[in-house]
Design a protein around this ligand. Sequence first.
Ligand SMILES: *[C@@H]1O[C@H](CO)[C@@H](O)[C@H](O)[C@H]1NC(C)=O
Ligand SMILES: *[C@@H]1O[C@H](CO)[C@@H](O)[C@H](O)[C@H]1NC(C)=O
Ligand SMILES: *[C@@H]1O[C@H](CO)[C@@H](O)[C@H](O)[C@H]1NC(C)=O
Ligand SMILES: *[C@@H]1O[C@H](CO)[C@@H](O)[C@H](O)[C@H]1NC(C)=O
Length: 364
Amino acid sequence: MLYTLFTVACLVVTAMATAAAPLVRILNDHPLIFFHGRWDTAPETWWSGSGFKINVQDLTSLTLNLGPNTTAPFVALGVSVDYAPFVSINASAGANVIAIPPAKGKRTTVVRINAEMYFSSQMHLESIDLNAGATLVPYRPSRLVFEFIGDSLSTGYLTPEGILQAWDFLIGETFKAEETVVAQPGAALVDIPSFGNVHGMSFQFFRTEDTSYFYDPLHNFTTPWDFRQDVPERTHVVVHIGANDASQNVDQALFVSTYIDFLATLRKLYPHQPFFLFTPWGWPNPDGPNAFYYPGAYEAVLAARKSLGDTNMFLVNTTGWVTYADVSPDSLHPSVAGHAKIAGLFQAWLEDWGLHPLEAWSNP
Ligand SMILES: *[C@@H]1O[C@H](CO)[C@@H](O)[C@H](O)[C@H]1NC(C)=O
Ligand SMILES: *[C@@H]1O[C@H](CO)[C@@H](O)[C@H](O)[C@H]1NC(C)=O
Ligand SMILES: *[C@@H]1O[C@H](CO)[C@@H](O)[C@H](O)[C@H]1NC(C)=O
Ligand SMILES: *[C@@H]1O[C@H](CO)[C@@H](O)[C@H](O)[C@H]1NC(C)=O
């Protein structure tokens, strides 16, 4: 009788264990998490669009466990499952369940999650819980890897979903590429305080944190970025900068010399990559032509690089790309439709230059 009771008890325990099959917990230092953009040691994200990608076999559920350094009350994240268009969610410190639609006739699922905004956009990743039986498999990065450098015009500033709707992020999607955006609204290139930023991009580009660190009570400091973490190697570098220098009345000669020095430093990091330098599209007016700034400056910067023997930089003439109809709600920054238009024009420019979107994603 005793024996029987013991057997029954064992059976009950076994049944309970089966019902609550343990989730598969992936810690933030798992080697198969593909991190992109810039993360500090927490690890938490800085700059627009930083995040991670994973490729999972037999995935049916996913919970994102975020740590206490996550922006409160929430951080806006973009989520894309199996290369479907990104969807925005608000996530908070603690457990965040991510909806995983049923897989369509294949065993692996790619999940991409990134922070959307340019200020207060810290996703502190602690762990990821997957359903029992799910396994991480390698995420194969795309062979196209863009590095975008800029200001508000490259962050989707004032669009509802931030970087998800910005022309540069859209280029990454269209070309089926990896991309990193190191851009900060209001930042000048010259290292001066500008519109709330304590540094210009000629300083902050080389840091882990964007300039919002200054306003973060949990992380009120900045640290050097270790460029060895930029894996895989970038294949194309795009720079669109100068609007805030002009707004801060930085002298044109100082802007040009700072830009030339900045490119010389970037060239050491990216020795053989083509650089695409955007000219200003100007500030649109309700009537009359756009207001341009720094006439001839971008041509002078390019000429200086050429005179040093650097023939792998190209001016992207964006004159005419943005009209008054393309900027809202502040009549200065591109709207969602404006960003899509810019992305289309830059895609056409790149195709003309010789770079075409890949036909397939790297993890089919
Ligand atoms: C996380 O926040 C704590 C304060 O709660 C702070 O001391 C720590 O430096 C932060 N970690 C990072 C990497 O910013
Ligand atoms: C996130 O929260 C903000 C502020 O409450 C809200 O405007 C936005 O719609 C929320 N986003 C989603 C996807 O729920
Ligand atoms: C960050 O530190 C600076 C001094 O370095 C101080 O002026 C500022 O108020 C601090 N900000 C926060 C949010 O703690
Ligand atoms: C850019 O394009 C405009 C309009 O087509 C033209 O007037 C201008 O000279 C071009 N600038 C450069 C640097 O090629």
